[in-house]
Design a protein. Structure first.
Length: 80
């Protein structure tokens, strides 16, 4: 009984597994932000537009009252 289990386990391990649902994260859209003051996001790209929006808000909050809200742009936009 244990021998059958070990044989089955060895066969399962030796079989090549099919990868299901894999994707290349480099193909996902990425976002950044740029501000009219000349500042822009420094990291290569946010995977979600929400993360880029939050980083833009943090920039705005750090600059004080009446600072313009940065614009959210795709990573391939000029200036990012």
């Amino acid at each position: 009984m244990i021998g059958d289990f070990l044989r089955g386990l060895a066969e399962a391990i030796s079989q090549p597994s099919e990868k299901k649902g894999t994707y290349d994260a480099r193909l996902l859209p990425r976002f950044g932000w740029q501000c009219s003051c000349g500042a822009h996001s420094r990291i290569p790209g946010f995977l979600s537009e929400y993360d880029a929006q939050y980083a833009a808000q943090r920039h705005q909050w750090g600059k004080g009252i009446n600072h313009p809200m940065p614009e959210i742009v795709p990573e391939d936009a000029p200036g990012i």
